[in-house]
Every structure is written in C-alpha cells, then in structure tokens.
Design a protein around this ligand. Structure first.
Ligand code: ARG
Length: 594
C-alpha cells in the first residue's frame, strides 16, 4: 500500500477510537505544502475538535496516543493549531520505490469502489465542421476518461452529436436546390456549411436576403423529415454519414475513441413520453403556449436556475421542453438522454464537457431531473470551460475572420513542429522527423489546452506551446527522451534493474525530493478525477521534470559508485515511467528519441 493511504487508514482508525461517533471519511492525509514541516499532513482534527468544542491540540495528542505508524514514519508532530505532520522514514521511501520497481504499482492504486461514469464530450454538430471550440471538449473529455479509467472506474464515453433539429429543414432545401456535388466530394463539411449558410440567410427575416418562400419550404422539408419521408431521411442519413467520417479522421489523429455515438436523433421518439410524464407529474406546466419547468420555490432565488434577476426583481426563467409549435428541443433531448444513461448503463456519475455558455442549460437540466427522480443517487457534473483567444484577446479566428478548422490547426501544429525538429536534428531521415513532428505537434496543442485552469480563457500561441523550455508538452516529452537516453548511453536495460539495496537509503536532497514527488502521482490522478481538472496533472509532471533536472545535475548516475548507481538508475526509470503514464493520461504520446 502507498504510504499516504496507509497513514490515512491508521489515522482514521485512531480517530474512531477516540471519537467513536465521528465520520472519519473526511480525515485525509495530503502532501505537506511546505516540505519544511514534513512529507504529509492532516488538518482534519481541527475541524473535528471545533464542531465538538474540544481543544484541538488535546484531541491531536489523544489521537496520536492511539496511532502507530512507526514502521513508516518518524515520530509524528503536532503543529500549529492541531495539524499533524508526518515525515517518512528513508527505509519506507525505499520500500515504496522498490515495490514500484517490482511492478506492484506505479504510485497509484485502483479504486476499491469502482463506479460507472458516463462522459459526454466532443459532441459536434452534423453538417458543420469541428472548430477549435470543439477541441477543448474533445481533449478535456478524453483526458478525464483516461484518468478515471486508469483509476479503475467503468468509464463509458458517449459522443452526443447534434444530428437532429430545425437546421435540417434548411440543409435539405440547400441539398435539393443548390448542392455542388464536386465540392461535396472534395470537402463535405465545407459544402454542407456553404448550403446551410446560403439557405439560413434566406430564412432569417432580419437579413436582407430574406425570402418567405424559402422559409416555408424549409419548414415543410423539416416536417417531411420528421414524419419519415424516405427521400428526406436518406439525405439526412447521408449528411450524418459524411460528417461522422470527417469527425472520425480528427479523432484518429487525436487518438480519441468513443464507446458510443448516440446523437440527439437517437432519442427523438422518446421525447413526447418525457414531456407527458413531466406534465402529468406537475413538474412541467403550460407557459404561454409552451410547456416548461418553472421554479417550485424550494431554492433561494440566487440558487434557483428557473429564476433570473431583471430590473431589480426575480422573474421566471423557464426551462422549455416543448415549444408552442409542438416541437421538442435540446432540453427535451437531454432529459431523455439522461434517463437512458441511468436505465441502460446504470450510471453512477455523468460528466458533461461543454463550453461555459451552456451553464444555465445544465443547471436547469439537473434541477429538473432532481425533481423528476429525487431518489436517483447519480452524480451529475457540468465540466465547463472558457474560450480560446487570439493574440488580440478576441475569440481565436483566422486572419480573414473565419472559425479556425480543427483539421487545419492540427496540420499547422505538425508543420511547425517539423521546423523545430529539423532545426534540432537535421540529420534524421525525413520520415522519422515527420513522425516526431506529429507526436510533438499534436501533443503541444493538447497540452496548451489542458494546462490553463479550464474555466479561464487562454490565448492561443504557437511559439509558447512549441517551446522546448517552460511548461509545455515538448519540454516534458524531451525530459522523457533524455532519461531514456541515459539508459542507452550506459547500455542498461531498465527492465533488468533489480531492487536497490535496502541498506542504502537515498540521501542527497535532490534524490529525496524527486522520490517523494513520485509518491504523489496517485493523489494527483485522484484529484484530476474528483475535480475534473487535468491541469493538476500538467503541473505535477512539470514539477516532476524540474525535480529530475535538479537531481541529474547534482547526482551522477552512470558514474556513481556501485549500489548508489542502481538506486539512481531506478529513480531515473521510475521518473520516466511516471512521465510516460502521466502524459498518456493527457492523451500525449512519448518518443524514445527526439
Ligand atoms: N452539440 C452540442 C453543441 O455543440 C453539445 C452537446 C453536449 N452534450 C449534451 N448532452 N448536451 O453545443
């Protein structure tokens, strides 16, 4: 078992012994923010003492009297208002490293309580090219799926593509009247986007090109599609097929896979039943000809997603589930989708990854669902993110003001990475350089997207993301490659490294700092999964690479005396393995050579 887990378990047992009625689930052991005070720390006793009006230092002393962690820690210290500080014994550290070397763990453990977690991400819309806005959902969602899977959860990834809705009326008119077959062949999404823009421009009463006849025709085509007209169905299916094959090309380049692609259309014949049930149960009501969920007054106005503050008062902010014209919408589909995921997949948790503009939608969706199924134990999370900005601080666009296409962005990433690789290693054959450039370029784009706090906007910068120094993917990939080259240089097979001699604990401060950081890998993975923040892992890996550099600059490895050499080679190998595994969780590949 990993030391912090073991300390935590023993601490929880000691707390139970002193306070039998206490809920010890919140008694956690975490790395010390400042290594001066120790390696791990718990601040849980202070809260337990406060709520019971006990003296926190006295409680800490009582708990310590029942806590035996002698084989792992130096004597435990009580600090400040009742913190417990734990310092690992060097032998304990070495034991943990040896267990990792023996393949027992890589500083993380699979969860003892696996959950079924559905992750709804990427979810682009049919007949529209994916653009950089979709990149964040795809990259973030994929990374969360990887982290949660690695921790032993049953993860189901579902691409909820937008393949149903009023836009298809216009698309079908465009398809029937203005389609350029050759253009469709060459670039299907661009051609579908063109016909969509053409027809939607004529259907908008506020635009100069408005044409009432086109609008009527679009409505009629939509009705025919919805009532199952074979010709319209065939066109619609063709548009989905073409779009999906384009999306697939991008997913392949990004190394992203979905277990399911159940688009909005999958649910369309269940929507009436959802509305009927919500009406029957009084959860939805008639509201100005539409059917909608309104506030039930059970929440504070500021927390109530069905109210909005306008001109000094709280006014209704309805969640419309059936429009005046009888049509269903995004909300209705999401309610049906949620139910499907619970009933068919038995989801314990559902994570939706979209941009921040959909916050209100998901607050209303979750609140409606809680009223509909108050007992369902499912955890619902909207993992939202900010925008990608250009140098000018405005949403990232091409020079001519168009949305940047994801495919073109990835091409450019690889092209720019190729220049970097070529300037560093001009002698490598071109095919090798191209493969390196692919891994580095795609990795750089992904990492730049995962590193910022997801809720803030970030400025897209090629130079920054491709830099070989600083907190970037190429820097981490390079750190990995550098470690692997130590083994090549010394002709050492990492697989053949035995356990380090127990009599030789690590002593140099840089060795200790590196080793202790390795031990925290699992804690970081868990935090990523709990808070849906891969940036924690980015920063952890960056810190790991920095500690490795400090170690390598101060501690000879290949030329160290026997015994020490093995221990240090082991540290090198474990660092490389954690770097590789960590990058893999971020969806980023590593290379043996760069
Ligand atoms: N297709 C939607 C969009 O592009 C995202 C769907 C997100 N998932 C969901 N279940 N609503 O905005």
């Amino acid at each position: 078992m990993l030391p912090h887990k073991l300390i935590e378990q023993r601490l929880q047992a000691a707390v139970k012994a002193v306070l039998p009625e206490a809920d010890t689930a919140s008694v956690l052991v975490r790395p010390c923010p400042d290594p001066k005070f120790g390696d791990y720390q718990s601040n849980a006793l202070m809260a337990l003492a406060r709520s019971r009006k006990l003296n926190p230092r006295q409680l800490a002393a009582d708990v310590l009297a029942r806590l035996d962690v002698r084989e792992w820690c130096e004597p435990v210290e009580i600090a400040g208002a009742g913190f417990l500080n734990f310092r690992l014994k060097p032998e304990a550290l070495l034991r943990t490293l040896s267990a990792a070397a023996a393949g027992e763990h890589l500083f993380f453990e699979k969860t003892a309580a696996p959950r079924t977690i559905v992750i709804d991400f990427s979810s682009p819309n049919v007949a529209k090219p994916m653009h950089v806005g979709h990149i964040r959902s795809t990259i973030l969602g994929d990374s969360l799926a990887r982290a949660l899977r690695l921790l032993g959860h049953r993860v189901i990834t579902d691409n909820h593509i937008g393949d149903w809705g009023t836009q298809f009326g216009m698309l079908i008119v465009g398809w029937k009247t203005s389609l350029d077959r050759a253009a469709l062949e060459a670039d299907p999404l661009a051609e579908m986007e063109r016909i969509y823009k053409l027809i939607s421009g004529r259907c908008d009463p506020d635009k100069p090109g408005f044409d009432a006849a086109t609008l009527d025709r679009a409505r009629a085509e939509l009705v025919r599609l919805q009532s199952g007209d074979p010709e319209n169905r065939a066109i619609w299916r063709e548009m989905i097929r073409l779009s999906e094959s384009q999306f697939e090309t991008i997913y392949r380049r990004l190394g992203v896979q979905f277990d399911y692609t159940l688009g909005e259309s999958y649910y369309h014949d269940r929507l009436q039943a959802v509305v009927d049930e919500l009406m029957r149960r009084g959860i939805a009501v008639e509201s100005r000809g539409a059917k909608a969920v309104l506030s039930d007054g059970s929440l504070e106005p500021k927390d109530d997603p069905f109210l909005i503050h306008r001109e000094g008062e709280w006014v209704p902010n309805p969640f419309i589930i059936q429009k005046q014209d009888g049509g269903f919408n995004y909300a209705t589909t999401d309610l049906a989708t949620l139910l499907h995921r619970l009933e068919n997949w038995r989801a314990d948790e559902i994570i939706y990854v979209t941009d921040g503009r959909q916050q209100l939608h998901f607050r209303q969706l979750f609140a409606t669902f809680r009223r509909w199924h108050p007992e369902a134990p499912v955890k619902l999370a909207h993992v939202w993110f900010g925008s990608i900005l250009g140098d000018d601080g405005k949403p990232f666009k091409t020079r001519s003001g168009e949305n940047v296409r994801l495919a073109e962005l990835l091409d450019e990433a690889e092209e720019r990475a190729l220049q970097v690789v070529t300037s560093k290693s001009p002698d490598l054959p071109e095919s090798v350089r191209r493969d390196i450039a692919r891994v580095v370029g795609i990795g750089a784009v992904k990492y730049a997207d995962l590193l910022p706090n997801r809720q803030s906007d970030y400025v897209f910068s090629w130079d920054k993301m491709l830099a070989l120094t600083g907190n970037t993917a190429p820097y981490l990939q390079y750190a990995y490659t550098r470690i692997r080259s130590i083994f090549r240089k010394g002709s050492v097979d990492p697989a053949a490294l035995g356990a380090p001699p127990a009599a030789l604990p690590l002593t140099a401060p840089e060795e200790l700092a590196l080793a202790k950081h390795l031990l925290n890998f699992g804690l970081v993975l868990e935090a990523v999964g709990e808070e849906y923040r891969p940036n924690f892992l980015c920063n952890y890996l960056y810190d790991l690479a920095g500690r490795f550099t400090a170690f390598y600059e101060n501690c000879p490895v290949l030329n160290a005396e026997p015994g020490r050499r093995e221990a240090r080679l082991l540290l090198c190998d474990l660092t490389a393995r954690v770097l590789q595994q960590g990058l893999k969780v971020l969806g980023i590949e590593t290379l043996e050579q760069m």
